[in-house]
Design a protein around this ligand. Sequence first.
Ligand code: TK8
Length: 336
Amino acid sequence: MKKTLIAALLASVGLALLSTPAMADFKTRNIRLSNGLAPDHPVADGVKAFNACLSEKSGGKTKITAYWSGSLGDDIQAVQALRSGVQEAVIPSSSPLVGLVPALGVFDLPFLFESEAQADAVLDGEFGEFINKKFEEVGIINLAYWENGFRQVSNSKHPVTKWEDMEGLKIRVMQNNIFLDTFQNMGANASPMAFSEIFSALETKAIDAQENPYVTIDTSKFYEVQKYVSATNHAYTPFLVLFSKRIFDRYSPEEQAALRECAQVGGAKQREVQRDLSVRSLAAIKAAGLEVNELSTEEKQRMREKAQVVYDKHTPTIGADVVARVQESIRASREA
Ligand code: TK8
């Protein structure tokens, strides 16, 4: 009895000694992490797991303070704050950042990914790494890819079951020319707007429509000001977990490694919760009284064909090599 107690004590002292040198490589850090979503979006579950992992690795020294609903500015502003080193982290959509990293436009190409598993394979693989290098060149570290999800069109006017139904719809798009052209090309009256402005623009009828995944339509309560949702699945745009390179470069290698690893841990949790909630969000949207329209296989194909011109027009800006590379990586994921 006594012996086992002593052995246990010795073991815990040994463990403490072992962990001491590593802990010394961590300083007290408060990471301010912002994003545009509501605090009940699955990104919050991801941030929680990210934070718990950091806390464990740093012996409680590294802590994330999260800011929700764009309270520290929209995606574009927050990324500027990272570049100038006044804020540590942000989780934005890739789309508004094409001005900074044109290659990111590849994710805005309509109907690029076929499934979430395929998106995971491409983003977590060699192609994701290739994009990460481009971020470093502009003073940003991308720690991980999380899920925003497949995007769906919602509106307050009428059911959309074919692309012609978009004719004249005043639709908000992200601040991104590929999305703008995709919807203009379908006949919609598209205008770019920051995420935080959508709800009131829909409420005051300044716009009729927007496009976002079910989870966002649910957690940002767009269902309160919309009547129809169409399962268009027209794009899968990822969330990025971005960190200021200026600040990152001042961290120890152990702190840097912990950030990278824990952002992945958070991402696994976020994707899991997101995919689970997506089904329930769709049910909640229906329960709120919205009409949900599925698109026939034939209409999906027509929409895909209609969107082809967007590829032709934007490939030069994204980079023909980048587009070829993502397509190659998609092909490889199909064979895997
Ligand atoms: C939230 C945005 C949002 C995006 C959009 O900050 O702007 O429509 O889908 O998730 O990043």
